[in-house]
Design a protein around this ligand. Structure first.
Ligand code: FAD
Length: 276
């Protein structure tokens, strides 16, 4: 086991097949004793109920301390207040508060513009009831004017009442260490937990990384390419690579690790096995 607490992130399943997949993954990851698990939130409309249902299920069926993500873009004050009341009634004590991303073409429609306003709202409505995590970006959020502005906006979320932060995933440990140093210099004292993306499907990962502000170093892409169709070699390389990253982060003082599982157990377990 790594020397630090771990947590796992899932997304809410929408079909029976996806539900079964999540149950299988949750059962396989449970022996790793995560401090908590979290469940992502899709902005708007019919997706509103998936996250609370999944959070309830992860708690009841698997015994996890389950934390909902809550994103404010596209949501009204009344909708968010209702969700918060529901989570509180379900016994949730931890929330991951985000701005979220609307599908392209949809303008800003919600009552809140930035995650800092959502954090402020949660604190105002529920005082100290929820432990609030926010997102942050060691390689800079793609819409930020520059890295320093982004860092100041991160600080604004902490000043608004966030208790901790989880980073966007990255494969360059120095970006994380530098970001933490800069945040500390600015007066941010809360734990900054690296978000870890085990590599399951490299093509998909590369596509996703282009939009979310995470860089895949060129040498990693080149090595992946060189493996061609050798799925076994790719899996081994990917697990070694991410485990080495985790070890460097732990050795360098990371307070915990948060794994983006994409509802798959194998890539995360392969990394954890190497950290044992
Ligand atoms: P914010 O902190 O509001 O920042 C967004 C942008 O606005 C940044 O560029 C920031 O620099 C800028 N900004 C902030 N405040 C100001 C200001 N006052 N003036 C000008 N600019 C400002 N997305 C989902 O839809 N659902 C999820 O469940 C989800 N989970 C995530 C979990 C983690 C750990 C992370 C890191 C991200 C997650 N995301 C999720 C993605 C996230 O919603 C996007 O990255 C989104 O684009 C930004 O969200 P944020 O909360 O960081 O936004």
């Amino acid at each position: 086991m790594p020397r630090v607490p771990i947590s796992f992130e899932f997304y809410p399943p929408k079909t029976e097949e996806q539900r079964a997949q999540l149950d299988k993954t949750a059962a396989r990851l449970k022996p790793r004793r995560p401090e908590y698990v979290s469940c992502t939130f899709g902005a708007g409309g019919s997706t509103l109920s998936y996250t609370p249902e999944t959070v309830g299920h992860l708690h009841r069926a698997h015994g996890f301390d389950a934390a909902p993500h809550l994103s404010c873009v596209g949501g009204t004050r009344a909708e968010l207040a209702e969700l918060l009341r529901r989570y509180r009634a379900m016994g949730c004590r931890r929330i991951v508060a985000l701005r979220g991303d609307l599908p392209s073409g949809m303008g800003h429609t919600g009552d809140f513009r930035y995650a800092s306003e959502l954090v402020e709202f949660i604190r105002r409505e529920h005082d100290g009831h929820f432990h609030i995590e926010v997102g942050c970006y060691p390689e800079c959020h793609p819409q930020a004017d520059d890295a320093l502005a982004d860092l100041r906006h991160f600080k604004a979320k902490v000043d608004a009442g966030a208790d901790g932060a989880i980073t966007q995933y990255f494969y360059n440990a120095d970006a994380y260490f530098r970001f933490v140093d800069d945040a500390r210099r600015l007066g941010v004292a809360v734990p900054i937990v690296p978000g870890i993306m085990p590599i399951a499907n490299f093509t998909q990962l590369r596509r996703f990384s282009e939009t979310c502000g995470a860089e895949i170093p060129r040498w990693i892409g080149k090595r992946m390419q060189a493996f061609g169709d050798d799925a076994g070699a790719i899996r081994e390389f990917a697990a070694d690579l991410v485990a080495n990253l985790c070890q460097r982060l732990i050795d360098g003082g990371a307070p915990a690790l948060h794994f983006y599982t994409l509802n798959l157990s194998r890539p995360t377990l392969a990394v954890l096995a190497r950290l044992d």
